[in-house]
Design a binder for this molecule. Structure first.
Ligand SMILES: Cc1cc2nc3c(=O)[nH]c(=O)nc-3n(C[C@H](O)[C@H](O)[C@H](O)COP(=O)(O)O)c2cc1C
Ligand code: SF4
Length: 426
């Protein structure tokens, strides 16, 4: 079937650095928690990503990746993939090869440290630029979640300069491992409230050394990661950054601050930017309920105007609105996270003019609630999601536990009771 002319902008090829992507649709990085206990992609990882590649997406950005030993130990999520050890290369390569079979490119998203979101279960105290804990207000959690009183995360300690330098080096090395495994590029994470972003923002970075104070100093950690990565992988290996585009918080990063960071990244040789809105202090912005919310705020337009590198814009789930954004020059690519959990065939259906057959994500955020409460993400409306390689059996005990946790966090009266009894899931 022919592509409707209105949707044609979605299916133009584009170059990110040296690599050509067949269309403008990116699978947003998502931790779907299917890695092996050693941190390797599994048959399920391959099946999940191949289903999206077969569904027609041009570029997959593999989420759930860690680029340092610290990030592996402190990850609040299970089932991640390690980019910090060469032993992972054969399993990573199997994933990459399987995706390439479907003419889809795949980048990895190295995560340097979870910072103030880090878990101490692995024996490490979370780290931050300054000793300021992350406070997540009650109304920041997805609408479906009831979290009375919000959450104050564990008190972090101030990360030392030798530790920062080691994290920069390790993350740059992880890109070498990704390249060795055949990934077509990397997308460095500098979004939400993770360590790199906490350095960028004057709200969380009160340091007085070379990594704090002026905007140049606060950008140093991210720019060093980019520069060291370039030195190791060379000028032609595609590298993007998933960048916060507005913190929307008092004394936080404004659009203008983020544009300055974007320009500095462009000068440092980054090939594209993928925008991300808000932080964990206002998480509803990063997984918005409204389609195309970011376009309404104006960040994509501002980035497109100021920068030359391609800009990837998230959360436009409606194919017509997405095509319009591309045609109007407000975006160069669009990224889809939840829509491709709900329907991996979104790109094929749009290309073939079968838009009314797309199983639309209802934005109830059930997948995210599961992730945030320690359960492997599933999709309310796509029972196949997370089970692409076969059933994902749970024991009776696990099933009862999952039901109890989900009821506890989605029923306000139960959530208040759990809060009073100190029984909330972490
Ligand atoms: C289950 C789930 C896991 C996610 N994990 C990651 C991740 O590992 N890295 C990341 O940068 N973003 C992650 N995200 C955020 C998405 O990449 C995306 O920015 C967000 O879902 C908004 O896009 P959407 O409206 O298309 O879903 C995750 C989102 C979901 C739903
Ligand atoms: S669980 Fe809900 S929000 Fe998540 S992808 Fe499925 S429909 Fe969308």
């Amino acid at each position: 079937m022919e592509t409707p002319s209105h949707l044609a902008p979605l299916f133009q090829p584009i170059k990110l650095g040296s690599v050509e992507i067949k269309n403008r649709i990116v699978l947003s990085p998502m931790a779907v928690e299917d890695g092996s206990p050693e941190g390797y992609p599994t048959e399920q990882t391959i099946a999940f990503n191949v289903a999206r590649a077969k569904g027609g997406v041009g570029l997959i950005v593999l989420g759930g990746c860690v680029s340092t030993r610290r990030a592996w130990k402190e990850s609040p999520y299970g089932g991640g993939y390690r980019l910090d050890i060469e032993e992972a290369v054969p399993a990573l390569r199997r994933l990459v090869d399987a995706v390439h079979t479907h003419d889809t490119k795949i980048f990895a998203e190295p995560m340097t440290s979870f910072g103030r979101l880090g878990s101490s279960r692995g024996g490490l105290q979370p780290i931050a630029p300054s000793v300021i804990p992350l406070v997540i207000p009650e109304d920041s959690f997805p609408e479906i979640m009831a979290v009375p009183g919000g959450r104050t995360m564990q008190m972090p300690r101030e990360v030392t300069v030798p530790e920062i330098v080691a994290l920069e080096d390790e993350t740059a090395m992880s890109a070498v491992i990704a390249r060795q495994a055949g990934f077509d590029g990397v997308e460095i994470g500098a979004h939400m409230s993770y360590l790199v972003t906490s350095f960028l923002s004057q709200r969380s970075n009160k340091r007085t050394d070379d990594y704090g104070g002026s905007p140049e100093n606060r950008m140093r950690f991210l720019l060093n990661i980019v520069k060291k990565t370039r030195e190791l992988v060379g000028d032609h290996y595609p590298m993007g950054v998933k960048l916060i585009c507005n913190e929307h918080l008092d004394d936080g990063l404004s659009i203008q601050d983020c544009l300055e960071i974007g320009l500095a990244l462009e000068r440092a040789g980054v090939d594209y930017l993928s925008l991300s809105d808000g932080t964990y202090e206002n998480q509803r912005l990063s997984v918005p309920s409204e389609d195309g919310a970011l376009l309404k705020h104006g960040e994509p337009q501002a980035f497109r105007q100021e920068l030359r590198v391609p800009i990837v814009v998230p959360s436009i789930h409606d194919p017509y609105r997405a095509a319009d954004a591309l045609a109007a020059g407000h975006a160069d690519m669009i990224s889809l996270g939840r829509p491709l959990l709900a329907d991996p065939e979104w790109p094929n259906k749009a290309r073939e003019g079968r838009v009314d057959e797309i199983r639309c994500c209802d934005r109830d955020n059930y997948c995210i609630v599961r992730l945030m409460t320690g359960m492997r993400p599933h999709c309310k409306i796509n029972p196949e999601m997370g089970r692409e390689s076969g059933p994902y059996p749970l024991s009776l005990r696990q099933k009862v536990r999952e039901r109890a946790i989900l009821a506890g966090v989605t029923t306000p009266s139960l959530a208040r009771l759990a809060h009073a009894l100190h029984l909330e899931p972490h």
